[in-house]
Design a protein around this ligand. Sequence first.
Ligand code: HEC
Length: 96
Amino acid sequence: MKKMLLAAAVTLLSLNGHAAQDPQAVFDRACGVCHNGQLPMAPKKGDKAAWEPRLAKGMDTLVLNVTNGLNAMPPRGLCMDCTAEDYQAVIKLMSE
Ligand code: HEC
């Protein structure tokens, strides 16, 4: 069973491009704590209007701001093992 799950995960990841982790899983585990609407300052997942001015800064800036932390957002957004690619994938997921 474990092997099957692993195979499924690998298949999923290869479809997902460069991100090493499943963006939805990262969101559920880390970012979602704040980006689900509980924290008014944090742009909510799926809230396009809230994300628009953020995306206008450019993806590189956004990834940098998550990595370093921004105001009420702690450094790395509580995902200690996320790579820049993982952040990019989650940011895309949250802003759609
Ligand atoms: C503890 C709460 C918290 C967690 C956890 C968190 N964030 Fe945030 N995030 C915030 C807050 C608050 C802001 C708004 C910061 C501001 O503009 O003052 C923010 C803003 C952002 C922005 C916009 C940055 C910008 O330059 O405008 C991005 C992108 C982002 N978060 C991504 C993530 C990702 C990806 C994760 C998970 C890996 C994550 N956040 C986890 C609270 C959080």
